[in-house]
Write a protein that binds this ligand. Structure first.
Ligand code: 2P0
Length: 332
């Protein structure tokens, strides 16, 4: 049994992939079929308090104030990875909340598992390096491996069967290229098909799945060069390409996965119009109908105004780029 306080609170932000992750090479260890590249946001937060308590008979897990059996199983299995490292079986009480819509294509699983990984490591006094935390966060959610870090982040697919080389690495600090992201919320409903199920379905049924996976290496190389050179045009080109290729392979699954709604397409057209008039902006869309417009800082207000006026847009959030997951307290 550890002498640590066995409790901690952590905070993490979602990230938005510019080179997308959609497909696994191993489901059990949650290994991605290809690498990805992302930006961590600063304006949306998950805050998680965790306490390992010998008095508990079972894990007690509340997400946004609610208990859910499926989530409890998933998070309990995730905590088992940390309990195994600490050599304990003690159950935990977890309270986690988001200040943004959950499960609607805003990467709540990324910030959620990143915050939980950091909190569990601290509570159990494991002292894991960020790379090891990224490997563990990946077990919860592939995108969570990236939210361990801030700014621009690359995620490696790795080649090892044990997944120990499938982790994220920071590429560039947020302050080094302070892009902004305008998130156009087109619905607050939870999506019908989880990313995990959607990925499996795409792999199993799309005639283009192999071709999609094969696009990743060139897109990653191109995006890395664009980030290092702060080349916005180049980053826009590769990011929109990766996003649309991902949605193309989703659409080509049978039956096709359609995560967009009418407002999603209106937002894309809006971004195209802004680009035509010289605004530094490009779009990206994840497994949901929200549109994220990545902007040069001086053009974010223009993009936000334009997207706010698109029919069907319920709300617009504007975020900068932020830091990685971190401890915010040892009191629960
Ligand atoms: C991404 N997405 O790269 C892609 C683009 C959604 C579309 O990562 O199964 O919640 O938990 O590893 O990380 C969403 O997938 O999936 C995601 P799991 P995750 O951001």
């Amino acid at each position: 049994m550890t002498s640590q306080p066995m409790q901690a609170s952590a905070e993490a932000q979602p990230n938005i992939a510019l080179v997308k992750y959609w497909g696994k090479r191993d489901g059990a260890l949650n290994l991605p079929a290809a690498g990805s590249l992302s930006i961590t946001l600063d304006a949306l937060h998950t805050r998680t308090s965790l306490r390992f308590d010998p008095a508990l008979a079972d894990d007690d897990i509340r997400l946004n104030g609610e208990r859910d059996a499926a989530q409890t199983r998933k998070i309990g299995a995730f905590l088992d990875l940390f309990r195994a490292r600490a050599g304990i079986a003690t159950r935990a009480r977890v309270e986690s909340g988001n200040d943004f819509p959950t499960g609607a294509g805003l990467a709540s699983s990324a910030s959620g598992f990143a915050a939980l990984a950091v909190a569990a490591d601290h509570a159990l006094g494991l002292g894991l390096e960020p790379r090891a935390l990224s490997v563990l966060a990946r077990r919860g959610s592939g995108s969570a491996a990236r939210s361990i870090f801030g700014g621009f982040v690359a995620m490696a697919a790795g080649t090892r069967d044990d997944g120990e080389d499938a982790f994220a690495t920071p590429l560039l600090d947020a302050a080094a290229w302070p892009l902004r992201v305008v998130v156009a919320i087109t619905t607050r409903k939870k999506k019908a098909i989880s990313s995990r199920d959607g990925m499996d379905h795409t792999r199993d049924t799309s005639p283009f799945y192999r071709d999609w996976v094969a696009t990743a290496d060139a897109d990653l190389a191109s995006a890395r060069v664009a980030v290092q050179a702060r080349d916005f045009e180049k980053l826009a080109h590769v990011s929109e390409g990766s996003c649309l290729a991902m949605h193309a392979v989703m659409l080509s699954a049978r039956p096709g996965l359609i995560y967009w709604n009418a407002a999603t397409l209106e937002c894309i057209q809006c971004v195209r119009s802004l680009q035509a008039e010289g605004t530094g902006v490009f779009f990206t869309i994840d497994a949901g109908p929200q549109v994220k417009a990545v902007c040069l800082p001086e053009h974010a207000a223009r993009a936000a105004d334009a997207l706010r006026n698109v029919a069907g847009v319920e709300d617009v959030l504007v975020s900068g780029l932020g830091a990685g997951a971190r401890i915010i307290g040892t009191e629960t």
